[in-house]
Design a protein around this ligand. Structure first.
Ligand SMILES: Nc1ncnc2c1ncn2[C@@H]1O[C@H](COP(=O)(O)OP(=O)(O)OP(=O)(O)O)[C@@H](O)[C@H]1O
Ligand SMILES: [Mg+2]
Length: 322
């Protein structure tokens, strides 16, 4: 089988804080194949965004990629020069964030922002780029594109702004898009439209997507495969249908239990007991066991837990299955 487009191998990202070492990412491995949409799911603070930022070598100040490899199209991105990684960021891997206002420049109308990208990446002249930008706006469902192309970002609705950001991201024909909670700030009907747009464009352009979310419902509808992350470690990976049929890790099961039901009023809302905490100077052992409802006597004493293959492509990291 062909090599994956992106292969993150044993990535570690550390913050050396006054209180000790925070292993924000602790040995994460993850593959994204060509044309695939991979979901990265877990609670707030789990390290989802940090993985996305690490792939682009944009770890915030104070943090450091301590070890690992990020192989993209056969090259380790961690070995590239600053100039080389800038080219990757511009042309090969695009990022879409939760708030489209952070991606768009508030001081410029959306037309010039789209046109600049098309000229830079596709070499069109200004007139050609403008015509293509108008056509793109039409294709992504922006009404009256000739008029809307002259608007400033704040004059568009949140959903329309995110459409524009997605159109700009795809206009560079990247091989990979990292979408970090791109619909979290939108209401549910707009969210569905944006997810549909993202799915259609990724199919049309054969673009792979790493889709970061805390929402298993989105994963079910959008992703081919999924990795569940807890406190900087992947605890389970599988094809989406397999994970939904057969969740194995107690954390994955707890995430499923936390989904709100739409079919009946609930007396008690399930939430996972305790908090994730920061795990500063945490020894090599399961990070979830203090909150785990299925913990075994050995969980506290055992060192790091290895992945076990539950079925082909379904890996789980829990003492129960070792
Ligand atoms: N600038 C920073 N300095 C120190 N620690 C940081 C910094 N940024 C992130 N972290 C830590 O890294 C860990 C992972 O954070 P990250 O933002 O990747 O989580 P996340 O899964 O994206 O959460 P959310 O769902 O809230 O976006 C957290 O423990 C967080 O506190
Ligand atoms: Mg995040």
């Amino acid at each position: 089988m062909s090599d994956p487009l992106l292969s993150v191998k044993n990535l570690q990202v550390f913050f050396h804080l006054a209180q000790g070492t925070l292993k924000a990412i602790d040995g994460v491995s993850l593959d994204v194949k060509k044309g695939q949409i991979v979901g990265l799911v877990g609670e707030s603070g789990g390290g989802k965004s940090m993985i996305g930022l690490s792939i682009l070598r944009l770890v915030p100040e104070g943090g450091k990629i301590a070890s690992g490899k990020i192989i993209f199209e056969g090259k380790n991105l961690l070995n590239l020069s600053e100039d080389e990684i800038r080219i990757i960021r511009g042309s090969y891997i695009s990022m879409i964030l939760q708030d489209p206002l952070t991606s768009l420049n508030p001081a410029f109308r959306i037309g010039p922002q789209m046109i600049d990208v098309l000229r830079l990446h596709k070499g069109y002249d200004k007139k050609e780029a403008e015509l293509i930008a108008i056509e793109m706006l039409h294709n992504i469902g922006i009404p009256d594109p000739k008029k809307n192309i002259r608007k400033f970002p704040h004059q568009l609705s949140g959903g329309m702004r995110q459409r524009v950001v997605i159109a700009i991201a795809f206009s560079c024909s990247p091989k990979l898009i990292i979408a970090d909670e791109p619909t979290t700030a939108l209401d549910v009907t707009i969210q569905a439209q944006i997810l549909q747009l993202l799915k259609n464009l990724s199919t049309e352009y054969q673009t792979s997507v790493l889709f970061i979310t805390h929402d298993l419902g989105i994963v079910a509808n959008l992703c081919d495969s999924v990795a569940v992350i807890y406190a900087g470690e992947i605890v389970e990976t599988a094809q989406t249908s397999e994970l939904f049929l057969n969740p194995k890790h107690p954390y994955t099961k707890a995430l499923f239990q936390s989904i709100l039901r739409h079919d009946k009023k609930q007396e008690h809302f399930y939430s996972i007991e305790g908090v994730m905490g920061s795990h500063i100077d945490w020894p090599d052992k399961c990070k979830f066991y203090p909150r785990c409802s299925e913990k075994l006597d050995g969980c506290e004493k055992t060192g790091s837990v290895e992945f076990v293959s539950y079925s082909p492509d379904h890996l789980v990291r829990c003492l129960k299955y070792e």
